[in-house]
Ligand binder design. Sequence first.
Ligand code: SF4
Ligand code: MSK
Length: 626
Amino acid sequence: MADREQYRDMTITEDGKLMLEKASTDGIETVWDRYRKQLPQCGFCELGLSCRNCAMGPCRIDPFGEGPQKGVCGADADIIVARNLGRMIAAGAASHSDHGRDLVEVLRKVSEGNAPGYEIRDEEKLKKVAMEYGVEIENRSVEEIASDLAYAMEEDYGTRKKALTLLNRAPEKRRSLWEKVGITPRGIDRETSEMMHRTHMGVDNDWANLLLHGLRNALSDGWGGSMIATEVSDILFGTPKPTESTVNLGVLKEDEVNIIVHGHNPVVSEMIYQAVNDPELVELAKKKGAKGINLVGLCCTGNELLMRRGIPMAGNHLMTELVIVTGAVEMILVDYQCIMPSLGHIGACYHTKMVSTSDKAKYPEMEHREFHPENAKELARELVKEAVENFTNRNPGKVYIPVEPVRLTSGFSVEAIVEALGGSLEPLINVIKEGKIRGIAGIVGCNNPKIKHDYGHVTLTKKLINNDILVVDTGCAAIANGKAGLKVLEAVSMAGEGLKAVCSALKIPPVLHVGSCVDNVRILVAVAAIANELGVDMSDLPVAGAAPEWYSEKAVSIGAYMVGSGIFTVLGPMPPVLGSSRVVELLTSGLEGVVGATFAVEPDPEKAASLIIRHIERKRKTLGLS
Ligand code: SF4
Ligand code: MSK
């Protein structure tokens, strides 16, 4: 267990530090403790130089040139590094895209009348997206349109198409470039499946060819699976609008039943949201001695509810164990992705009931209660009732809610940003042209115990807004910035003069929360729309991306689809590629000549900010802007 001194180096957050102390007192092992026990981590794996793709291995390449330079099959360092990276992209793309598929399934069931409790909340968006898919909307019921749209989206997953439908949102120049390079994504599942095929022993042994397919695979996520996930979530649950809420562990309430939803897919959490507002259950909570039922979120399921319903947010990835340590949580319901397998055990050390809900995601020491569109409404009510009944098992002596919550504004979908701008993107383009806003940066991704918790996100964001760069953020980065007080109007005091003037006039914060991990596609859509408006390619714009504390394979896919779409992207932690100088060279400079953008790796957020500022100024100059 860590000692008090060490907490300072683990996180910049007050609630994190205080809960780490309590975890230590309570004898709870955390992700930081386990990370330390793993040190030193395997050097071959860190460099991407180990392979276990077949039973002739496992193999590794000696980076010092003295030991083996080829695996048993003859694969060299370049091939092994490229194959490993390709498989990371495939896993990330599969995760986002399977999440999207689950939503399409709910859409289909709603159209058939087989999903009680779910409905089409945004008919306008349903019709808009349906038209993009060539679905007839005139004189047809919402159900008929939804049914045809679900079918058309399912076709995007398969092999019947030459190109994904939503690629049409990208500028013509970008689509031609993808076609020329041969990376136009055809089917969402097809590209992932092909990546697994290519990386099997004895298939694609040209490292550069493999990496190009990696871009195509990632584009099938960004312009396919993730984009479908975001659009269908908006159709079913409503397109987000600016909404006020609060963030950090202070959102838990000592005198209420606390229920937490964690994971990524809003299908379960939206039903829980309905159930906690059921007057009968609220009455039951009062009978049990609580003042009410308090629903809060974690990670991206939390982001989905925060964006649409203003539900408070307890924390991001590295806070998910510590929230249980408060001793104030009656139930945590998880769906999938980024849910540490340690959570069930920690829940068992307190009175917290831990419940898994997806047939594809079971966890140790959690009770499995499977949700389907058909039973979701009923099961949600049942589980909220059980959470309420669990309130009497809470041990007040173990409860510790360490801080007061921080205010934030969320809900900046592209539609909401356009509305805030008065109906079009033109005012934003104008202030970029005038130089009041120098450019836009998307700060996205996770936490990673290798980086001081939230330090990367917050330091980078502060430096960028101070240099008049508008920040849009998602996922765990967005939660970090919310906790740091960067998502309220008052945060303009930290912005440069130009950005401050624009945000004050529009009454928006300098850091706009655009959603969850899949909602990174809102950044793609906005950048594509600006490029279309100006008649340029996405890579011509003063725009950049960053994932300062990424850990997940999904983040690798996101980074690759950003770069594949022409957006320069800076990573904090080093991906496992240093074992091949050729792969590193292609990713950090060679891709400029292929897709007009590259990766950079810079763990120091101050230096990462300098890279982004330099990039944005270079793009402005090329566009002839001041
Ligand atoms: Fe070794 Fe080649 Fe098999 Fe990988 S694919 S484990 S390098 S033999
Ligand atoms: S939850 S993928 S830790 S952002 Fe989307 Fe956070 Fe990264 Fe998971």
